[in-house]
Ligand binder design. Structure first.
Ligand SMILES: *[C@@H]1O[C@H](CO)[C@@H](O)[C@H](O)[C@H]1NC(C)=O
Ligand SMILES: *[C@@H]1O[C@H](CO)[C@@H](O)[C@H](O)[C@H]1NC(C)=O
Ligand SMILES: *[C@@H]1O[C@H](CO)[C@@H](O)[C@H](O)[C@H]1NC(C)=O
Length: 445
């Protein structure tokens, strides 16, 4: 069970956690920490935009809001809204899906529940939840069709009383109207019993093919990848050894906290489209022009486990095809891209198609790394975008919008072991232009 998995980890806190220079031992990387990540938000604790002070006081009195239990984790951007998730690790999270208006120039801005307070309130025992209800999403995505894709784990009190409120579900909102488009509960066959934890969602779509979107959903603790087809309103689970942990790469020290991580596949990043698949055209019941656009858009999906330093890939042509994706013989279609470096375990990743660069948050090194797939994946070719042993402790999510990278760091290991100091700044969101971020690195072409 999740609760066990998190707490059977060996904990030690102390000097062992801190590394002087922090740069990998290969000695080849340049330190580009001079690059200015612009700090946009910096909180010690998270607060919300309450209807009034009485509502806040009451929420604090009855335990609906416990500031110390609110850890921002996922980030996504649409126009002037920056979405931020706050999973219900413990009780006292009043709203798990939120946004901040980027029009307000307040670095400690409070969060606004999305789509509203009601959808974020935990339903009482006797209450039938509404379709747009949100319990505990980790990461979320905005797509080019003005939709917000939320992967809701459906779990509350993940590390204390661990209660399933809803089945894990893909919840899709129309950002123009803030109305629910669809809620899709994952099927029994998508789930690996009590182990499953769906902490991410990656959307494969272009603005010309909105109705043919696919979502890829890593199961980081059940070691699988679920594919959801929007057109078919159907899902399937893909299995592969590459979704597992590397047992020799799971002992991590992050921000002074040491633990053994049980987490497998955590992130998928979609590389550029490829002209491909023409032979399959005739089988699809859609217009020719749509078909062409559709099949030009097979991409390379780069993925990794948290407890691993390897990066792997598979074509979305495999993932999108249920027959192919679930055929055990398809294992040969997955590729080992390479090793990122001795201490290069990564959490979040995102791909910038324009410059052909994969960005990776390397959690043991407190750094944001990049790799250009036109070069072989070796430790030497993974370069440093930014490193900071205070500010970049645990990069938990990265997103790209309007040629800007948005990076959320949140000291999550310290949070999980109740070691945060709430007099310090604990959670930060930075931005930097993609162009600027790779200047002078091996990732620039
Ligand atoms: C910024 O937000 C915080 C709440 O998180 C509030 O206390 C503070 O007054 C705000 N500052 C400004 C300038 O609006
Ligand atoms: C999608 O499938 C689910 C369950 O299989 C069903 O409950 C739901 O109504 C379907 N939604 C649409 C839009 O077809
Ligand atoms: C899916 O893959 C199978 C096996 O390779 C192939 O026969 C089939 O045509 C593919 N279906 C689609 C819709 O691409």
């Amino acid at each position: 069970m999740l609760k066990l998995a998190i707490f059977t980890a060996f904990i030690s806190v102390g000097e062992s956690g801190r590394y002087g220079a922090g740069l990998p031992s290969d000695g080849f990387r340049r330190d580009n920490s001079g690059i200015k990540l612009q700090e946009v938000f910096a909180w010690s604790k998270i607060d919300y935009n309450w209807p009034n002070m009485e509502a806040r006081d009451e929420a604090m009195r009855n335990g609906v809001y416990v500031a110390e239990n609110n850890l921002p984790l996922g980030v996504a951007k649409w126009k002037n809204k920056l979405f931020v998730t706050v999973p219900r690790w413990r009780s006292g999270v009043p709203a798990a899906l939120n946004y901040i208006s980027l029009d307000t120039a307040n670095a400690t801005a409070p969060l606004n529940p999305y789509p509203d307070w009601k959808a974020n309130a935990l339903p009482r025992e006797d209450e039938t939840p509404t379709e747009n209800h949100i319990v505990s999403p980790f990461r979320i995505k905005v797509d080019p069709c003005d939709r917000l894709w939320v992967m809701d784990t459906g779990l509350a009190g993940i590390t204390d009383n661990h209660k399933r409120i809803f089945p894990s579900a893909v919840v899709i909102f129309d950002l123009k109207t803030d109305k629910l488009i669809r809620r899709y509960n994952l099927k029994r066959s998508d789930i690996n019993g009590w182990s499953s934890l769906f902490s991410n969602i990656i959307v494969d779509v272009t603005k010309d093919t909105c109705d043919m979107a696919f979502a890829y959903i890593p199961d980081m603790q059940g070691y699988g990848l679920v594919v959801y087809s929007f057109a078919d309103n159907n899902s399937w689970r893909v299995r592969h050894n590459y979704f597992n942990i590397d047992p020799l790469k799971g002992d991590l020290t992050i921000g002074g906290v040491s633990a053994q991580s049980p987490f497998g596949i955590i992130s998928v990043a979609l590389g550029p489209g490829k002209k491909n698949g023409k032979k399959l055209l005739a089988q699809l019941p859609i217009m020719i022009s749509d078909k062409e656009m559709y099949f030009q858009r097979f991409r390379t999906a780069y993925f990794h486990s948290l407890a691993s330093t390897s990066e792997f890939s598979v074509s979305t042509e495999v993932l999108r095809n249920q027959t192919l994706a679930t055929d055990p013989r398809s294992y040969v279609l997955f590729k080992f891209e390479g090793n990122k470096g001795e201490r290069a375990q990564s959490s979040a990743s995102v791909f910038d198609e324009k410059r052909n660069v994969l960005f990776l948050g390397q959690i043991q090194e407190d750094l944001l790394a990049c790799w250009n797939p036109s070069t072989k994946l070796t430790p030497q070719n993974v370069d440093v975008v930014a490193v900071d042993h205070e500010k970049l402790i645990f990069i938990n999510d990265i997103t790209i919008d309007d040629d800007q990278l948005w990076i959320l760091s949140d000291r999550m290991p310290s949070f999980l072991y109740k070691l945060l100091n709430f007099n310090e700044v604990n959670y930060k969101i930075f931005k930097v232009s993609v162009e600027e971020s790779i200047k002078g690195t091996r990732c620039a072409t």
